[in-house]
Design a binder for this molecule. Structure first.
Ligand SMILES: [Zn+2]
Ligand SMILES: [Zn+2]
Ligand SMILES: [Zn+2]
Length: 301
């Protein structure tokens, strides 16, 4: 439901985006504090640099407080209620040795190194029996980030998560790739496209759920984000989209994630409104900024 008039209702101004009390002096992700994290599983840096010492460019460590594991192989069933182990691993990719607070402040080289780290860890996950990796970036406390220092998370999973499986099923049911058809229509209409680079599109999707919701996707149908140079290009476009969002709205909490099945894409959801009863209880999302308007604002930013 696109309802711009609701933005003018009393008390509708967005929640004050009080950023986490950002304690740089205690940040476990800054260079020099390697001992504050579990030992690294991967890093990019100069040749010969010892593990868990400064000098790295991008560093991957296990999440200290994972949602998954330790697990046993037992499942069980008590009447109607079945349990099974939450099998998976959870890694954190620290995007820079500098205390950078948003993806859009990374250098072009750092963004490329993030893509390289994602690719490397996904290959390892697959080798170790986790065929799907959910890669995501949370920024701001209201979006679930507990630390301000720019990072992403990689969830190693044994199966495609429900939303990804649902998107894939919808594509298959329609016969032919739905996203290809959507993108070609968007290119014809030129209303919701924000930017286009390196064969990828950045756009505010039709009927987006939240103000400034964005999608980034390769124009040509592509099933594997981890092959070839497109992932780095998509992450560069993510940085550009967030930069434009900041110009338009200042610092905004947001979630971004990769859907790595079917025609792969990144989705970006700024958290400018709170999900309430209608969203959670009825499945209707009320968006107070039409995607067509949002795209116009972002193009100018
Ligand atoms: Zn830091
Ligand atoms: Zn496609
Ligand atoms: Zn998706």
């Amino acid at each position: 439901m696109i309802a711009p008039a609701r933005a003018r209702r009393p008390g509708a101004s967005r929640p004050s985006s009080a950023e986490p009390e950002d304690d740089v002096s205690g940040c476990p992700f800054c260079a020099g504090r390697e001992s504050a994290t579990p030992p690294e599983t991967f890093a990019l840096g100069p040749p010969g640099r010892p593990a868990d010492a400064p000098g790295w460019w991008v560093r991957v460590v296990p999440n200290k407080f994972p949602a998954f594991g330790p697990w046993s192989d037992e499942g069980d069933k008590e009447g109607l209620f079945a349990r099974r182990a939450a099998r998976g691993r959870q890694e954190v990719v620290v995007h820079s040795p500098r205390h950078v607070r948003t993806f859009s402040d990374l250098t072009g080289r750092e963004v490329e190194q993030v893509a390289e780290a994602w690719k490397n860890r996904v290959a390892t996950a697959k080798e170790q029996g986790f065929p799907y990796v959910q890669a995501l970036v949370n920024e701001g406390r209201e979006a679930g980030a507990s630390l301000a220092h720019s990072h992403s998370q990689l969830f190693w999973l044994e199966e495609e998560p429900p939303l990804v499986a649902q998107e894939r099923a919808a594509q298959e049911a329609e016969g032919g790739c739905v996203l290809c058809r959507v993108l070609s229509e968007e290119i014809d209409q030129r209303i919701r496209i924000v930017d286009e680079r390196d064969g990828l599109l950045l756009l505010c999707p039709f009927a987006g759920r939240q103000p400034y919701e964005m999608v980034i996707a390769p124009r040509e149908c592509s099933q594997d984000p981890f092959a070839g140079p497109d992932l780095a290009a998509a992450l560069r476009l993510l940085a550009e989209g967030i930069r434009r969002l900041h110009v338009a709205e200042g610092p905004v909490p947001l979630n971004a994630w990769l859907h790595a099945a079917g025609h792969w894409h990144l989705e970006v959801v700024p958290r400018l409104s709170v999900l309430a009863g209608l969203e959670l209880g009825a499945g209707y999302f009320v968006n107070t900024l039409a995607p067509e308007s949002a795209a116009g604002v972002l193009r100018e930013a």
